[in-house]
Design a protein around this ligand. Structure first.
Ligand SMILES: Cc1ncc(COP(=O)(O)O)c(C=O)c1O
Length: 355
């Protein structure tokens, strides 16, 4: 594997910032990992001070949208060892997205090595309070200067990071959207493509103006089957059993979703991955079997749902997702090595920074 060249210049800024209350995405750490794709291969992997990157006005990502990203978190475990949660899943998903968007794969071994070295270097930026973490943002975009519809021949893969204070899991209100869609069969919904998020911005602003926190996306054909939430997958508990929409090509394959399915089963719950319709949810609400719902994603971990606005109805949830809360506590404990990681999800980072 190619050697990562390291140019390390710590600023000491993290000493003057309260990392535990830092709002994710507002403060950035000192360095970035960066690697260039040209002539059919990835070249020159390096970690260097984070700085602005000169971009040609014809950079293809800006026009044709070849841009994909990932998101995962680093925490501190026993003896202050930095830990990553299932980074192999992010490596795989990045390449799934790359394939869908006509972009080159980034070697999984290099992805993991880059994350580990980067986190070892930025270790002092990992917040320590409960529910906090260092958010890591790996992403790839086309930076070839060219006008025309074809796959770019030059790309950048970059990782940068931002300390993330605790997300208070206040119950959220979702608006079941029946005018706009996020993803259609055959589209890009299962890829973590930047354009998916661009298309979601206006409908989300409209839902917020109605008093809701996020959109609950429905299927593109009938506006009937639940897909997912803005940046989370969703789980429902009906008559004691859990249901989450199956991966059908238009739902993101969330790492938290995968983990929640395993944890629920481990705790003895039945979990089914299948299409779930608004009709079924409304019926369960009306006959009193709709017990809880929660969103699941890296940024918030678990967010209990208190209400779904659907047409002229307000579907209210009777409880603040007690099972969801328990799952969140278990996941947080695994992520900080307070309990055993019997699933083998945690990757320890050798925190020794090379001289
Ligand atoms: C659209 C969408 N769905 C679901 C998720 C949850 O995925 P994960 O658990 O991997 O963060 C995310 C966040 O990445 C997302 O952007």
């Amino acid at each position: 594997m190619m050697q990562i060249k390291e140019t390390i210049k710590p600023s000491g800024r993290e000493q003057n910032i309260d990392l535990n209350t830092s709002v994710m995405g507002t403060v950035f750490t000192d360095h970035m990992f960066i690697c260039d794709y040209e002539n059919g291969q990835w070249n020159n992997p390096r970690i260097e001070p984070l700085e602005l990157i000169a971009t040609h006005p014809a950079a293809m990502a800006l026009h044709y949208g070849q841009a994909i990203f990932e998101g995962l978190k680093a925490t501190l475990g026993k003896d202050d060892t930095p830990l990553l949660f299932r980074p192999d899943q992010n490596a795989k998903r990045l390449n799934f997205s790359a394939d869908r968007m006509g972009m080159p794969a980034f070697p999984e071994a290099m992805f993991l090595e880059a994350l580990k070295r980067f986190v070892a270097i930025e270790k002092n930026w990992i917040p320590t309070a409960e529910g906090t973490a260092l958010y890591l943002r790996p992403f790839m975009y086309a930076d070839e200067a060219f006008i025309g519809m074809r796959a770019a021949t030059k790309y950048k893969f970059i990782i940068f990071a931002s300390p993330s204070g605790p997300f208070f899991s206040k119950p959220i209100k979702l608006w079941a959207e029946t005018q706009y869609i996020r993803a259609a069969n055959g589209g890009t919904g299962e890829a973590k493509a930047a354009g998916n998020y661009a298309a979601a911005i206006r409908p989300t602003e409209m839902a917020k103006a109605k008093g809701y926190d996020q959109v609950l996306w429905l299927d593109a054909r009938d506006f009937e089957y639940v897909q997912e939430v803005g940046t989370m997958n969703i789980f429902f508990k009906i008559a004691g059993k859990f249901i989450t929409p199956n991966l059908n090509g238009s739902v993101l394959n969330g790492v938290t979703r995968l983990s929640v399915i395993d944890l629920l089963r481990d705790k003895g719950f039945e979990v089914t991955e299948r299409p779930i319709s608004m009709k079924e949810i409304v019926e369960a609400f009306e006959n009193g079997t709709l017990e809880e719902a929660f969103g699941a994603g890296t940024a918030v971990s678990i967010a209990p749902v208190e209400e779904i606005g659907y047409k002229d109805m307000k579907i209210k949830f009777p409880a603040e997702a007690p099972v969801g809360k328990d799952i969140k506590a278990t996941m947080d404990a695994i992520k900080t090595q307070k309990i055993e990681d019997k699933f083998g999800w945690i990757v320890e980072v050798d925190s020794a920074v090379k001289a």
